[in-house]
Design a protein around this ligand. Structure first.
Ligand SMILES: NC(=O)c1ccc[n+]([C@@H]2O[C@H](COP(=O)([O-])OP(=O)(O)OC[C@H]3O[C@@H](n4cnc5c(N)ncnc54)[C@H](OP(=O)(O)O)[C@@H]3O)[C@@H](O)[C@H]2O)c1
Length: 314
């Protein structure tokens, strides 16, 4: 079900994306920046959806420096703030088309103690999943207006490393930073697969795919002025891990493939060939994110937490 796509894909030779519009959350840094850069290079108009305007403008300038003909816009979003998510959804819906939404933004260094957003949600889950759930709900009509539209969510190998407690999705009973991160990524991956099932069941044309970047670290990533400037110390330490890591430029490859490979189908997942690094290939997700009952519980909690309904009739 999840490994249909061809194993052959050259991430350095993308099909032309001229005329297509792609919005990426968390696009000012890391994987989101390199995803945006690669898509801009292929000709897409990219919309950098970021929480900090200065960092977003720096990223926009960097893309324009590297791809002078690039069309780059900025939309403000804080995915941990449902009002901000609503505003961003309106801005994205005002675009003349929206071919791909990539829900990449994430807290990757969670707080040691459980923290709440202004909406009263657990911070890591809110930033990495619940905000994106509300964003997808807010732009679904814009996606549907665009033939062949896709949503790409970001999973993680961390989904293999914790047992999900579906009765504690806000981590009120048992919080650790690691659990919060891994659980948020289980929710994100499960959501991507369930979204595709519900889109099909509702007779809609948009498709949902999932990507994970393996293990991609800053010190092995090309230097980009103002965006990615690790010091010599970090580069040295990160390069000691070269055998089991890659740069975020390569970590972006599965996301980019999920966004643009015409042969990829809704419900597919992509990740690095060698699990933690390598060329982007179809991947079989772990059982917990394929489980329908778990997906339903996550969806129900997502609607409750955000106050937003999305394809819930199916
Ligand atoms: N790197 C890996 O090996 C790896 C592995 C598995 C999955 N992932 C996933 O890949 C995605 C990107 O990770 P990364 O390694 O590129 O991390 P990163 O370098 O720390 O970048 C994270 C991005 O998310 C943004 N962000 C964080 N909180 C936000 C919020 N509340 N609202 C809007 N944007 C917010 C950050 O913006 P600011 O600059 O404003 O903080 C930044 O642009 C995450 O979803 C992560 O879970 C990464």
């Amino acid at each position: 079900m999840t490994t249909r796509g061809s194993r052959h894909w050259d991430p350095e030779r993308l099909p032309s994306q001229v005329g297509r519009v792609v919005a990426i959350t968390g696009a000012n840094a890391g994987l989101g920046f390199f995803t945006s850069l690669q898509l801009a290079r292929a000709g897409a108009r990219v919309v950098l959806a970021c929480r900090d305007e200065t960092r977003a403008e720096t990223a926009r300038a960097a893309i324009r420096r590297l791809v002078p003909e690039a069309s780059v816009d900025v939309v403000r979003i804080d995915t941990s703030d449902l009002a901000s998510v609503g505003d961003a959804a309106l801005a994205l819906s005002a675009l003349n088309r929206l071919d791909v939404l990539i829900t990449n933004a994430g807290v990757v260094h969670p707080p040691r103690e459980r923290a709440l957003t202004g909406d009263g949600l657990e911070l890591v889950g809110a930033t990495n999943h619940f905000g994106h759930f509300a964003l997808v709900a807010g732009v679904i009509d814009a996606l549907e207006r665009t033939p062949g539209a896709r949503v790409v969510t970001l999973g993680s190998l961390a989904t293999r490393l914790v047992r999900l407690d579906v009765d504690d999705l806000q981590l009120e009973r048992r919080y650790t930073g690691w659990r919060a991160y891994a659980q948020s990524k289980i929710m994100a991956w499960s959501f991507g697969l369930e979204l595709d099932r519900r889109l099909r069941a509702s007779g809609l044309g948009t498709r949902a795919l999932v990507a994970h970047p393996g293990y991609s670290i800053t010190g092995r990533t090309p230097i980009v002025r103002g965006v990615n400037e690790p010091g010599a110390g970090q580069r040295f330490v990160d390069n000691l891990q070269a055998s089991f890591t890659q740069g975020k430029d390569r970590g972006a490859w599965p996301t980019v493939r999920a966004a643009v490979d015409a042969g990829a189908e809704g419900g597919e997942s992509f990740g690095p060939r060698f699990f933690i690094k390598g060329a982007p290939v179809p991947q079989m997700p772990v059982g917990v994110v394929r489980d329908r009952a778990t997906a339903t519980a996550i969806w129900t909690e997502s609607e409750r937490a955000t106050g937003v309904r999305l394809l819930s009739a199916s």
